[in-house]
Ligand binder design. Structure first.
Ligand code: TYD
Length: 155
């Protein structure tokens, strides 16, 4: 992933962290809510032991949840789909996250053996916020209520 990467999908964007590079003594990455992360962080989860190279995670969108996803070790492929535009991003830079805003279908795959994914979320877990059916997502994403202006007002 290049720092100059332009995200073409709606409801996304790059979210860089503050970094203090001090090699060989380590790098320090900092994520402060409402500063580095564009919302108050209510939940953090991480995924490791992605030993199955054929694993596919995600395959859903959220109705309201805001998230930012980081690959803090190794690499994986993040596929985004806003209902009109699709984009594939090779996630391999720990300091650069990708915003997963509402109504953005996301899929993670092609994990390296050492991949660790970390996600910051704007709300506690709520199963009713998930859209897991792709056809339903496409219908909702292309409904008049999901025009770019109306989406901007929701967030
Ligand atoms: P899921 O979101 O489907 O994982 P992924 O999108 O990465 O493939 O979550 C897997 C299971 O974990 C599911 O049963 C819901 C549960 N879960 C929680 O209970 N709390 C959470 O914060 C998350 C992210 C998942």
């Amino acid at each position: 992933m290049k720092k100059s990467l332009k995200l073409r999908v709606r409801q996304s964007g790059l979210v860089p962290l503050k970094v203090f590079r001090d090699l060989p003594d380590g790098n320090l990455f900092i994520a402060e809510g409402r500063r580095d992360i564009p919302f108050e962080i209510k939940r953090v989860y991480f995924i490791n032991s992605l030993a199955n190279p054929k694993a596919i995670r995600g395959k859903h969108a959220h109705r309201k949840l805001e998230q930012v996803i980081y690959c803090i070790s190794g690499s994986f492929l993040l596929q985004l789909d806003d209902g009109r535009t699709k984009q594939r991003i090779r996630m391999n830079e720990p300091s650069i996250g990708v915003r997963l805003g509402p109504m953005l279908w996301h899929t993670m795959s092609s994990f390296s053996y050492d991949c660790v994914i970390m996600v910051f979320a704007s709300a506690r877990y709520d199963a009713t916020d998930y859209i897991r059916d792709y056809d339903e997502f496409i219908t909702l994403a292309n409904s008049p209520a999901m025009t770019p202006t109306k989406l901007a007002k929701r967030t």
